[in-house]
Design a binder for this molecule. Structure first.
Ligand code: 6GU
Length: 245
């Protein structure tokens, strides 16, 4: 899968390609290329920003260098989906990550400074935000989305089961994990996990996922895929009966 990033800070993008993502790049599963809008300017100072019409503080990113960069990418990769990273966009989530991971190519536009000339929006397919807070640049939003999407591409993360089981893949938070030692500062590992009884362990993990989701993110339960067993577990959680199954 191809990722293009339109950014005046290509070094942020390239310096972050480490660990799992670096290996995926080296193995040819994904390809990342940063395109600098400065390379599409024609003045001596390679100007990518200017004062806002109507006045006000800060600078605004100019439309021409960004649209020239989009056109450069589209000429080389016509099937790419162009995404503007902006706090105004649709909020990114695991469903969007899944959708993007099935596409052959994505192009992300990272805004900087106080904003970007609004006319850029006529040249993009989607506008996406990563949450209700303000970042100084879209580069960090790109890194978040890139990690979430890339790890869904077959082969990028070793164990397919670990992806299927983890938080949000079925709308629930993850169950608690433990490793040695059995006791740490008086805190033990739940007995059931050392029982060797795989059915009990499965039920306990499912129960804990439902309990933790109910306690911390009840909003997620609305869209979760629940079985008959899940409903019994949830009822026990709601009545405060603890782990009874
Ligand atoms: Cl995509 N960009 C910026 N600058 N800030 C954000 C964001 C994006 N998503 C949340 N905050």
């Amino acid at each position: 899968m191809r990722f293009w990033v339109i950014t005046i800070f290509p070094e942020i993008v390239y310096a972050s390609m480490i660990s799992v993502l670096r290996k995926a790049i080296d193995r040819g599963l994904i390809d990342v290329k940063a395109i600098n809008p400065r390379d599409f300017t024609h003045d001596r100072h390679r100007t990518v920003d200017d004062e806002p019409y109507g006045g006000g503080s800060g600078m605004v990113m100019k439309v021409e260098p960004i649209v020239s960069a989009i056109n450069y990418v589209k000429e080389r990769d016509p099937e790419t989906r162009v995404i503007l990273l902006t706090p105004r966009g649709k909020v990114f989530n695991q469903n969007i990550a899944k959708e993007y991971s099935k596409l052959p190519s994505l192009t992300f536009i990272c805004g900087r400074y106080e904003g970007i000339d609004d006319r850029v929006s006529y040249f993009v397919d989607d506008e996406v935000s990563i949450g209700d807070f303000v970042l100084s640049g879209g580069e960090y939003a790109f890194l978040v989305i890139f990690d979430a999407v890339a790890r869904l591409i077959p082969g990028v993360v070793g164990d397919a089961d670990s992806i299927a089981e983890e938080s949000f893949s079925d709308g629930l938070l993850e169950y608690p994990q433990y490793t040695r030692p059995d006791y740490f500062m008086g805190y033990g590992v739940p007995e059931v996990l050392r029982s060797g009884n795989h059915e009990r362990i499965r039920r306990w993990r499912r129960f804990m996922r439902l309990k933790i989701t109910f306690e911390r993110r009840p909003d997620l339960l609305k869209n979760a895929k629940l079985t008959e067993e899940d409903r019994l577990f949830l009822e026990a959680v709601i009545r405060g009966r603890g782990y009874v199954y």
